[in-house]
Design a protein around this ligand. Sequence first.
Ligand code: IPE
Ligand code: IPE
Ligand code: MG
Ligand code: MG
Ligand code: MG
Length: 385
Amino acid sequence: MNSSLFTLLLQLFDALVDSSKDPEDDHRREDAFGSLVGEGSAAAKDINQESKPQAHHPDRYHPFEPAINLCFFCLGILFHPAILTYFVIIPQTNRKRAMQDFETFLADHMPTVDTFHPQYNEALQAMLLAGGKRFRPRLLLGIVEAYQPLLLESAMHPALALEVFHTYSLIHDDLPAMDDAALRRGHPTLHTRYDDALAILAGDALNTHAFEILAQSPFRDDVRIELVRILAENGGSGGMVLGQAIDLHFEKHPLHLDEVLELHRNKTAKLIAASLEMGAVIVGLELPVRRALYDFGIELGLLFQVQDDILDATLSSEEAGKPTNHDQDKNSFITLLGLEGAQAYADGLAESLEERFSGFDAPLRKALEPLMRQYLFRHRTPVKK
Ligand code: IPE
Ligand code: IPE
Ligand code: MG
Ligand code: MG
Ligand code: MG
């Protein structure tokens, strides 16, 4: 493809040079050169007069013709099917394929146990198959796509572990003892479809299953141990679980902004930061880069939760796929700052993230740009979930 593209470019360039040439040009150039050399500056005027094209060849020559041709030439190159395919269509298709591959991988790796329990397997699988944004897997796969695309297939395992773990947290979050929600991802929650006991147990099973997936993922031992550690530290007792405990303990007890930030950093941001860090571990990024990505993930996770709170206050439950106007007793960003305050706060976070993102290196920006475009300002143009 490269050699034929090169030949095509050469032909286009020849055509451009030919077409921009007016036969009279050479004479004009000669005259002008002679004037400048032989007759001094007075002759410069003559050049201008001489080169008034309309007087001589109104329909054959236009002063901007070369520039116009050059523009067409550049546009021709820019929109040439080969260029579009190589720089736009293939990367987009690859990204779409990565997510389709993830959905296929997820469907092919449903937790399944050999049992006579009539609903057990269905309960393990229902919420995973119900959909969701797959935000955390997309972050991890974005890092891998940027630096080691050949590892994308192996990276499906930890990406799945993240989604399985996150789904467990949602199943428990919806329980009557927690947020008491009847709808999740557009479907009845597990405790309404079955009973509390099975929902609790399905959550427990998915929690431990996530670590089983990591332990069996196709990486070196040290990488697998690091992935297990990161998920446990950020999702467990000092991460998501702690955040949920603070969230529920302080219902109807307003907290200060720094406490609310601490709540959401644990409840939501740490798992999002962990997704980026796990990607960084898989591709072997240096510790300072890993830390920078983790910090970026914490800020991104806070934004994600502010937006989630805004969507709770602004979307219908049908649009959100889960109950909305559900956070009145919570220390949400809306109860703390009001809708406009939360939107302004989200704007600030999004702008700061945008600036940090622009400092990332080119491959990373390229891989994560669609996700950032979709999510950084979603509180301004709410998307259906
Ligand atoms: C919802 O997470 C819970 C929060 C941490 C805000 P998501 O908004 O990622 O939910 P799904 O995965 O798309 O269903
Ligand atoms: C839950 O936060 C975050 C989790 C750790 C699951 P929310 O309670 O705000 O999530 P939604 O709005 O029910 O999805
Ligand atoms: Mg909750
Ligand atoms: Mg909830
Ligand atoms: Mg919420």
